[in-house]
Each structure stands twice: as C-alpha cells, then as structure tokens.
Design a protein around this ligand. Structure first.
Ligand SMILES: Nc1nc2c(ncn2[C@@H]2O[C@H](COP(=O)(O)OP(=O)(O)O)[C@@H](O)[C@H]2O)c(=O)[nH]1
Ligand SMILES: [Mg+2]
Length: 290
C-alpha cells in the first residue's frame, strides 16, 4: 500500500490519476477538493498497487470537516508500505513543516516527490529548495515529477514497485479500481465540476448527494441534490438564468457516462441545509464519515 500525502493543492489526486492511467480522484485548483481518503487499485500481472489518496493536511483544523480530513490523512501512515510525500518546489509552508514533523515519527519508507516541475523552465531554479529539503530529510529519496505532463512518472513507478512486498493473494479483485461506490463517484464528479466552475464564488460548504437512480431501457436517470449552507449560496450555484447549473450538469454527465459506460440523464437540484459541515449526522449521511 502506498499513501500519497502532503498539503492541499500540491497535486496528490492528479498524481494518483496519472499513476493509475485512469481518473479515480477528482481534482481542482482549490483546497478541500479531496475530502476523505480513497483507494486507487491497479493490478497488473503479479502485482497489485494500492494507492491511498488523502485529503490535504491542514495546519488549522477549525471545523469538524477539517478535523475528519486530517484524521483520515494521518491514520493511514502507520498502515502502508510506502509514503509518497508530495511537495511543490517553490514554497515551504507551515503545513509542509507540520507534515515533516509527522513523518519523522513514521517507520514506513518515504519518497519525497517534488511535483509540478513543468512549471520550471529553468530546472536549476529548484536547486536551493531541493538542497534545503535534503538537509531536512537526509533519509529520504527525492523524485522530481510532473503529474500533469507525466514527466518522471516511469521512474517513480519503478521505485514504487521495488518497494512493494510480494503478495501471495491480492487484497482486491483484479478488475476493481477503487473502493468508492458508483453513487459516490457520481456525486464526486458533480462536486468536481462545481469546484472547478464556481471560481472564487465557490461556497466550500457544499455537498452532493445522489437521491435517486432509475434505469429506463438503456438510459440511466439520475437525480442529485447539491446541498448548500446558506440561502444566499443557492443563486451562485444556479447562476444567471441557470447557466452555471446547466454547465455543471452537462460536464458531470459526460464524465459519469464515461465512468459507468452507460448513457445517463442527469438532473440537479440545489437545496439549503445549514451548517452541514459541522454536523456529524449530516456528514455521515453524505458519506464523509465511516
Ligand atoms: N502545472 C502543474 N499543475 C499541476 C500538477 N499536478 C497538479 N496540478 C494542478 O494543481 C491543482 C491541484 O491538484 P490536485 O491533484 O487536486 O491537488 P491535491 O489537493 O493535492 O489533491 C489542480 O489544478 C491540478 O491541475 C503538475 O504537475 N503541474
Ligand atoms: Mg486531492
């Protein structure tokens, strides 16, 4: 098992998808895109790679949602064969420092994966940062990659495979690629489009729930609810003349069809449910707590 950790937004989920060669995790240029841990399972010949994508580690866990996200990320560390710690080469933040402290207490092998190297036209610009890192972590291996352009990924894959134990029996069936249910995946794909399309107006407290599914001949009808915290958030999600919701719906439908390999009709509703982020009961009903 391979844990992918690091602060929000460094590209953990993008790396998971790139290593899998398949979209398993949603990604967006926003913190909190990944809200809980999920598995990407990649079985080839005699090897089963089980990746654990985690929510970003937050240094300030104010509300219950953030606390659960932190707990999810930290609790996997003791259970894995390998930890991929993702960093971006230009910034060293308080959150990175917190992760470093955490990793010093782990027995698992750590690879420091320096992501987004495509953003450096001049690679030598990264050197001072890498030097500082290697002083902080003299026991770790450093692997520069770009999850976006896939630069460095074959090398990383090889390193990963070298550190996985031989398995007599696989933990998961060979054709299973994730531990997420189809309903959950559908809800996540809708949430991804919201996170990507809503820009600075994004109400972070939103959540998506699949309410109803029905097969009509070859067409699957899906009704989903987008929950928002406040009545004022509703018009943001719906957009001018419903344009935003329409765009979210059509982009999400395309990806859901690809995921299910099935023709889908998707209907979205926006409803208000206040403070769900802090309510344990609501989190559980929305699939954020086991
Ligand atoms: N330029 C560049 N952007 C990346 C790379 N990897 C991820 N991103 C972008 O960084 C943002 C956050 O990615 P995501 O995988 O959701 O980050 P996570 O929060 O760590 O899971 C997204 O907009 C990605 O497209 C990379 O290698 N290069
Ligand atoms: Mg993520």
């Amino acid at each position: 098992m391979i844990a992918i950790i690091g602060r929000p937004n460094v590209g953990k989920s993008t790396l998971l998808n790139a290593l899998m060669g398949k979209k398993i995790a949603i990604t967006a240029n926003k913190p909190q895109t990944t809200r809980h841990r999920l598995l990407g399972i990649d079985t080839q010949d005699h090897i089963q790679r089980i990746y654990v994508d985690t929510p970003g580690l937050h240094s300030k866990a104010h509300n219950r949602m953030n606390k659960i996200m932190n707990r999810d990320a930290v609790s996997v560390l003791g259970e894995v064969d390998l930890i991929l710690w993702l960093l971006v080469a230009d910034q060293w933040t308080e959150e990175d420092q917190a992760v470093l402290k955490l990793l010093r207490q782990q027995a698992s092998k750590v690879f420091v994966v320096v992501n987004q190297i495509d953003r450096y036209s001049e690679k030598t610009l990264m050197l001072p940062y890498l030097q500082k890192l290697s002083m902080l972590m003299d026991y770790a291996d450093f692997v520069p990659v770009s999850a976006m352009t896939k630069d460095g990924l074959p090398e990383l894959q090889e390193l990963i495979d070298d550190h996985l134990p031989e398995m007599e029996v696989f933990l998961f069936p060979e054709d299973q690629s994730t531990d997420q249910s189809d309903n959950f995946m559908m809800a996540e794909l809708i949430r991804e489009k919201l996170f990507r399309l809503l820009g600075d107006e994004l109400p972070y407290g939103l959540a998506v729930q699949i309410e109803h599914k029905q097969l009509e001949g070859k067409l699957l009808r899906v009704n989903a609810v987008i929950w928002v915290d406040k009545p004022s958030h509703k018009p943001m999600v719906i957009g001018h003349k419903g344009q935003m919701l329409k765009q979210v719906g059509s982009q999400a439908r395309e990806e859901i069809q690809r995921w299910l390999v099935q023709k889908v009709h998707l209907e979205l509703w926006v409803k208000v449910k206040s403070n769900w982020v802090d309510s344990r009961l609501d989190l559980r009903s929305l699939g954020h707590e086991d």
